[in-house]
Design a protein around this ligand. Structure first.
Ligand SMILES: [Zn+2]
Length: 215
């Protein structure tokens, strides 16, 4: 199995993000002037490597699509999803996203995780999604220090592509996601995660609460 590395840098607005009416943004599509966009406050960005953190796709998939505060908090930490592909990196960080697009992307991530949790992420479900799902990425080769052979490198074009590729790597790597027996939250087992494949709880706290409640 050849090594694949995901090489992704993204920008987060130093002053955070805010909601605004889409009026004034010259985007085509189904949006009305009253549709909400998420936009950066100011044009000062700090570069981040959001995929260095494991499980960003899980944090994204756990968002409530109707909770605008939680969506804004996610943007403040990781930046926009990047639906509008600009010429330059800075343009991609800067162009506002529609809230609608975030909500659709969250629901789609939830659905994929649910399919994986219930063992149905195969066959027809995967075929149906394969054409539209991963977004764009540049593919190339890289050779690390002291490396004999180059490895395959994927550079996602947006945060959303990066999040989806992170999930795809997990699935392709054979790790599983389970729902906690106590609180129902999703957590990874096996693969790179530190949890045993037979773990049933997301945390020691949930495990203790579960058994205490049964006494
Ligand atoms: Zn739990």
């Amino acid at each position: 199995m050849p090594a694949i590395s995901v090489d992704f840098q993204w920008g987060v607005a130093k002053r955070g993000y805010e909601f605004a009416k889409s009026k004034g943004y010259p985007f085509a599509g189904i949006a009305t002037p009253d549709s909400l966009v998420i936009r950066p406050r100011g044009d000062d960005f700090r570069p981040t490597r959001p995929l260095k953190a494991d499980g960003l796709y899980l944090a994204f998939g756990k968002l409530d699509p109707d909770d605008k505060d939680a969506i804004l908090a996610f943007a403040n930490l990781h930046g926009l999803l990047g639906f509008w592909l600009g010429e330059t990196e800075e343009e991609r960080w800067q162009k506002p996203d529609y809230l609608d697009d975030w909500q659709r992307a969250i629901k789609s991530m939830k659905r994929m995780i649910e399919l994986h949790v219930t063992g149905k992420l195969r066959g027809e479900a995967l075929m149906r999604d394969r054409n539209s799902w991963f977004g764009r990425a540049d593919i190339g080769l890289q050779i690390g220090e002291g490396q004999q052979h180059p490895s395959l490198r994927i550079r996602p074009s947006s945060l959303l592509s990066g999040i989806r590729i992170q999930f795809a790597q997990l699935v392709a790597g054979g790790a599983a996601i389970k729902a906690c027996m106590k609180c129902g939250t999703w957590f990874e087992v096996g693969g790179r995660s530190r949890k045993r494949t037979d773990a049933e709880f997301c945390s020691t706290k949930c495990r203790n609460n579960f058994y205490n409640a049964r006494r």
